[in-house]
Ligand binder design. Structure first.
Ligand code: NAD
Length: 482
């Protein structure tokens, strides 16, 4: 089988290598989390497909690297045009594949995909190449040379958005790319390959291989011809990739998990704080940045909890294609069992269930009720480990010092959110937090110019703006005598 029709959209289920569709002897089933139906059978790549894709990217590299930046930018804008033209199709296919809300895909995520492409295309032409300075009459000229074939490995929670956040700067900078999307959400990467071809991207500049991480993914990251690996996903996978990359000294960017805190001080606008807390159930809690540990100052804990539970109770759970739905299904039965395992172990260890606490039995399938647990110990699994589901914990603190200590006391450091009415406090607390991004009285405001990434086990390196270009380029300094 080489093609599937998903929500009325034809999707080629083979790899995209060197500008051609390539099949594999074996396939794997792609299941929709909305109703458990098999929507497609996808080519199951292995070492041979990985090798072929890297070879194609390598062959295409010299010509693409030599293509004038303005022409590369023009082609990336043409790809963005294609994304916008097929936005509705991309949105419904992505929703079918990963269960996230259709309205978010239509109005937030897919427009962002096009924006990712346009932003990095423009950044390339507007901002790079301004690296001249003088040393005792000698001119230093800094240039950003493309590095070579890049392997991009992405997760299932925001498949095309996260992929284009890597694809756009890598291609803009003159590299060629092999994308390996997550096996639970392979579809929009395939549609994106069609869009790049329609836009006129030369063969081999952008390639997609499908399959399991342990098979085709592992083969890609071991390939010595790969000059950059950019990975978004979990900590255990990052360690495996880091080890493979280390063997070839391949520079690697790692965007990993989190266990981010939301600090609610007594001087905060508690309605806003409760809104921010409920927002953490977005995408059924499958968001790396989610502030899953709510830390509330003792004196307002009761009032905050009342406001939170009132809002959480109003969240409509159901079909992600319905406009009224606020929370959809989780991605996969295996993942749901993992999420529930965390909750049940926490309850067995003494946690109290304030909201939710288990699968939504009325809806069945992969729907997990938005859950809030209290009575959790700081060193417990539920506080320390990333659940990646609609599960929040609530702890209280006595003062600023304790708030910061609790906030920083995990092995992660991706993000933090601070709710306070006192700007001085916000500045003091922010300075002490270990996090790649801190939001004060807001959440998820993200500018593509800003550095994005995590400290400690939340990642290595930063993406965004010039940080992306630095990663995808071999930066060179040329010193010329007077
Ligand atoms: P995962 O690590 O299981 O898989 C991610 C990707 O890695 C998939 O494409 C998978 O096929 C591939 N992979 C698996 N084993 C591999 C191997 N040995 N070699 C090469 N590739 C391999 O993660 P997931 O479950 O898909 O995603 C959830 C995780 O991603 C969570 O921890 C979440 O926090 C994290 N995440 C982080 C960010 C961020 O920007 N920091 C964004 C989204 C998700």
């Amino acid at each position: 089988m080489t093609e599937a029709t998903v929500a009325g959209v034809a999707v080629d289920t083979r790899h995209w290598i060197g500008g051609e569709r390539v099949g594999s002897a074996e396939t794997f089933a792609d299941v929709s989390p909305i109703d458990g139906s098999v929507v497609a059978h996808i080519a199951r790549g292995g070492a041979a497909e990985a090798r072929a894709a890297v070879a194609a990217a390598r062959a295409a590299f010299p010509a693409w690297a030599a293509t004038p930046p303005a022409e590369r930018a023009r082609l990336l804008h043409a790809v963005a045009d294609g994304v916008e033209k097929r936005l509705a199709e991309l949105a419904i296919v992505e929703t079918t594949d990963n269960g996230a809300l259709l309205r978010s895909h239509l109005r937030g995520v897919m427009p962002r995909v096009a924006h990712n492409l346009r932003f990095f295309a423009d950044w390339l032409t507007d901002r790079l190449g301004h690296g001249d300075f003088d040393t005792r009459g000698h001119n230093n000229h800094v240039s950003w040379d493309p590095a070579g074939p890049c392997v991009l490995i992405t997760p299932w929670n925001a498949p095309l958005m996260l992929a284009t956040w890597k694809i756009a700067p890598a291609l803009a900078a003159g590299n060629t790319v092999v994308l390996k999307p997550a096996e639970w959400t392979p579809l929009t990467a395939s549609l994106f390959a069609d869009i790049t071809a329609e836009a006129g991207l030369p063969a081999g500049v952008f390639n997609v291989v499908q399959g399991y991480g342990e098979e085709v993914g592992a083969a890609l990251v071991e390939d010595p011809d790969v000059r950059r690996i950019s990975f978004t996903g979990s900590v255990p996978t990052a360690k495996a990739i880091g080890a493979a990359a280390g063997a070839n000294l391949t520079p690697t960017s790692l965007e990993l998990g989190g266990k981010s805190p939301l600090l609610v001080f007594a001087d905060a606008d508690l309605d806003l704080a409760a809104d921010l807390a409920v927002e953490q159930y977005d995408n059924a809690g499958q968001v790396c940045l989610a502030a899953t540990r709510i830390l509330v100052e003792d004196s307002v804990a009761e009032e905050f909890t009342a406001k939170f539970t009132e809002r959480a109770a109003k969240l409509v759970q159901g079909d992600p294609r319905d406009e009224a739905t606020g929370i959809g299904p989780n991605i996969h039965a295996e993942h749901l069992a993992r999420v529930d395992g965390f909750v049940q172990r926490a309850v067995a260890a003494g946690a109290s269930v304030v909201a939710g606490g288990g699968p939504n039995e009325e809806l069945g399938g992969l729907f997990y009720r938005p859950t809030l647990l209290t009575g959790v110990a700081q060193d417990s699994e539920i506080v320390q480990e990333e659940v990646f589901g609609p599960v929040l914990t609530l702890q209280t603190f006595a003062d600023e010092d304790e708030a910061v200590t609790l906030a920083n006391d995990t092995r992660f450091g991706l993000a933090a959110t601070v709710a306070t009415g006192d700007r001085d406090r916000a500045a003091r607390v922010t300075e002490r937090l270990v996090a790649g991004t801190v939001w004060v009285n807001c959440f998820f405001v993200r500018d593509l110019q800003a550095p994005f990434g995590g400290s400690r086990h939340s990642g290595v390196g930063r993406e965004g703006g010039t940080w992306s270009f630095d990663f995808y380029c071999d930066v060179k300094n040329t010193v010329t005598a007077p």
